[in-house]
Design a protein around this ligand. Structure first.
Ligand code: PMP
Length: 749
């Protein structure tokens, strides 16, 4: 329809017409003889009529209540605010509002305060209004319906971004959704993007685009406005505080509403990412959808650095509420722990961390601190990974049973797990801890060989069962240990740094010399590919390759303990034994297998597994249950989807390079070793070459003071262990290395 035809029903004398951008209507920018400006919106979709009618109804009510600018609708000759044409299309005429949008205004605290106040005034004016068309809306941008966006996750190309969005929705489902009925509901503007907010100097003077009016929890209004105003800010939390303060002064928020803001704000970003991804996938008119794309991605990447307890408390304080104080709770938890458990159950750090929650490579304590986790190798794909959480919760609601029954998750997992092994390793026994796995591995070896002797490596650790301790030099040689059991023969750890030999072959010959002197041929040899207890020591190259054929010749089984090293941690080697070029007879799996859900396994050959079937049934109540295998299945899927082994390889190399560079100036760094994200830094006294145990403890403590968690180990406890979740990124690596360097300088090391 021509613009002349469109304008016929309106009482204005237009002197100039310009077509404007618009996506749900054709928009025209009009100027009349008196230089007054208007926008004519022409809608060709007749089903939009009730929505536009509702918007105009609300705007007319608002215009009588507020003293700031909102769009003013002008009637046609018949006095109607919507004109219907004979082709069923319709139009509306709005006075053009002058003014800069918020993003073009220089930001200041008074401006942010004014923003909060104006939003509150708007919401007060909307308070109590009812409108059936608005109340019937189920918009994908309305935070309360955010979960309808979940199917769009598949359109998000970058797996690293997809998981963040998934996490945000996952949290929303579990922590916000159940509380919705308790919240105050109201009609809200629903799209206080800063592009819809007008400002002059330090004052917000109006709002435009009431297209997204929705009936929803009142606090969503503020959450949405904050989501936009926080973009690209160096201190997004501080920015939000100023707005919250302003809002609360005019329209007091309830404590429960403020407490939900840290969960609600990122939901808007998540929705933005989903809708943008879907728009890209569908093609068509994209521009308006992509306006915030980069900015939203940037803040999402940063968001996880903020501690949720801290954000909540800062928001509460901004509104004059007392922040939540967890000191008493902490004291009780610590007291209860001391009262109810054995002191043998150690806590790390003099002042133990009281953890509230964790996400991916970050851990959040109740004091409001965020710790970069460079220590935990159990949450392999990251703490609270939504895919794993989802898999667990879906399965636990459906069926959690044991291996005495047939169920899908175990079959599916077994197939997928064995895909990662050489053909001969094709039988799995499921248990629920690394200890149970090593214990079972020893039983398998004993049954198969009808012998009981065991070869172990110095400093090895394999588990906490009786057999586990018996075969773990780390324990039987350590504090309180009682030396090796009669059936155990200890072999030297083939360690290159400060070792007896500089190659694996010589270590192997030394070991074979010892083995040949044992009276009764042992049943098995057990080793980790990189010894954690030894201080992240990769077995000297060539050691296993040399020793294995000799063991085979003597029918001694080789058991490789992959509890720490398995599942892609070593980057290019999915299993540590691959790095040594051997195929073991038995492999022990654990820790990362279920990302924290208790599942472990022994993988072996058909012959060994069949020999074990001697009448004594093997059963583990929890081993391989349907929930654990569902979790483990999700772990394998995430490792692949997010290419985490590649990341481990790449980031591991990056860290090692940085450490080598650092070692030039810091002679206390004696050795840097390991593969992928299973690294060790050995500290020595450069004068004497002796272990720098105290320095190591100090470095570990100072890293914690700087909010970075690492482990320490080795017989002299002088090795820093770096083994973070595999999503550890380059920024994390930079932070770890620069902080370490700062600490070494401070220690004159
Ligand atoms: N083997 C190795 C190499 C380990 O590091 C551990 C645990 N630290 C175990 C076995 C025992 O596993 P879990 O603690 O699950 O019993």
């Amino acid at each position: 329809m021509s613009i002349q035809k469109l304008l016929e029903p309106y009482l204005i004398e237009v002197s100039d017409v310009k077509k404007m951008e618009g996506y749900d209507s054709d928009n025209y920018f009009l100027t009349d003889q008196q230089n007054k400006r208007y926008v004519l919106k022409h809608y060709t979709d007749p089903t939009e009529y009730p929505n536009i009618k509702a918007e105009i109804d609300i705007l007319i009510i608002l215009s009588k209540k507020v003293n700031f600018k909102i769009p003013t609708s002008l009637p046609n000759v018949a006095g109607d605010y919507i004109h219907r044409y004979s082709d069923n299309s319709f139009s509306r005429l709005i006075e053009y509002i002058d003014g800069q949008v918020l993003s073009e205004t220089e930001e200041s605290q008074p401006l942010l305060n004014s923003l909060g106040q104006r939003i509150a005034q708007l919401d007060l004016a909307l308070k109590g209004l009812k409108n059936p068309a608005i109340q019937a809306r189920r918009g994908s941008w309305d935070l309360q319906y955010c979960l309808i966006n979940e199917p769009k996750l598949k359109h998000i190309q970058a797996a690293s971004l997809r998981k963040l969005v998934n996490y945000i929705y996952d949290k929303y489902r579990s922590e916000v959704l159940p509380l919705l009925p308790e919240l105050r509901h109201s009609i809200i503007h629903g799209d206080l993007d800063y592009l819809n907010i007008l400002a002059v100097k330090n004052e917000v003077v109006g709002f435009i685009d009431f297209n997204d009016l929705s009936y929803t929890p009142l606090v969503n209004e503020l959450a949405i406005a904050l989501a936009y105003v926080m973009l690209e800010k160096s201190d997004p939390i501080g920015t939000a505080e100023a707005v919250i303060r302003g809002y609360h002064d005019i329209y007091p928020l309830e404590r429960s509403e403020i407490e939900l803001l840290p969960q609600l704000i990122p939901v808007r970003w998540a929705t933005n990412v989903c809708n943008t991804a879907e728009a890209r996938f569908k093609g068509g008119h994209l521009e308006h959808k992509l306006i915030h794309e980069k900015k939203v991605q940037n803040i999402l990447q940063r968001w996880f650095i903020f501690n949720p307890v801290e954000i909540q408390n800062r928001f509460l304080t901004a509104a004059g509420f007392k922040p939540n104080d967890y000191q008493a709770q902490r004291t009780t938890v610590l007291k209860t722990r001391r009262k109810t458990t054995s002191p043998a159950l150690g806590l790390t750090y003099e002042s133990p961390l009281y953890i509230h929650s964790a996400a991916f490579q970050y851990m959040y304590d109740y004091d409001g601190n965020t710790y970069l986790d460079a220590r935990n190798n159990i949450p392999q794909v990251g703490h609270s990974h939504p895919k794993v959480s989802e898999a667990i919760s879906r399965q636990v609601r459906m069926l959690n049973t044991n291996t005495r029954y047939l169920y899908d998750s175990m079959a599916a997992y077994s197939e997928k797990l064995l895909d990662h092994f050489p053909d001969k390793l094709c039988r799995i026994f499921y248990v629920n801890s690394g200890s149970a796995a090593s214990d079972l591995a020893i039983r398998l070896a004993r049954t198969f060989t009808a012998r009981s002797g065991q070869l172990v490596l110095e400093n090895g650790y394999h588990g906490n069962t009786k057999i586990g301790i018996d075969i773990s030099s780390y324990k039987f040689d350590g504090k309180g240990g009682q030396g090796p059991a009669a059936f155990v023969t200890k072999l030297p750890l083939p360690k290159i740094f400060q070792g007896e030999f500089d190659n694996g072959e010589d270590f192997a010959q030394q070991a074979l010399g010892i083995i040949n002197n044992i009276e009764e041929t042992p049943a098995a040899f057990i080793a980790e590919p990189i010894s954690g207890g030894g201080g992240q020591v990769p077995l000297a190259p060539g050691y296993l390759k040399t020793i294995k054929p000799e063991l085979e010749r003597n029918k001694i089984l080789t058991i490789i303990d992959e509890v720490q090293t398995g599942f892609g941690r070593l980057g290019q080697y999915f299993w540590g034994f691959e790095m040594h070029g051997i195929e073991p007879d038995i492999v022990i799996l654990g820790k990362p297998m279920g990302n924290g859900q208790p599942i472990a396994a022994v993988v072996t050959t058909t012959e060994i597994s069949e020999a074990f079937d001697n009448g004594i049934e093997f059963f583990s109540s929890f081993g391989g249950n349907s929930v654990s295998t569902a979790a483990a299945l999700a772990v394998l899927a995430v490792l692949e989807e997010e290419a985490l082994p590649d990341n481990a390889q790449h980031i591991g190399e990056y860290i090692k390079e940085k450490l080598k560079f650092m070692a030039v100036d810091h002679s206390a760094i004696g050795d840097i070793r390991g593969t992928g994200l299973f690294l060790g830094v050995e500290f020595i006294d450069p004068e004497t070459n002796s272990p720098a145990t105290k320095l190591t403890a100090q470095v570990k403590k100072r890293l914690k003071d700087n909010f970075i968690l690492v482990g320490s180990d080795g017989p002299a406890n002088n090795v820093l262990k770096i083994k973070p979740p595999l999503c550890f990124n380059q920024g994390n690596a930079d932070e770890l290395c620069s902080t370490l360097q700062k600490i070494l300088k401070e220690q004159n090391a």
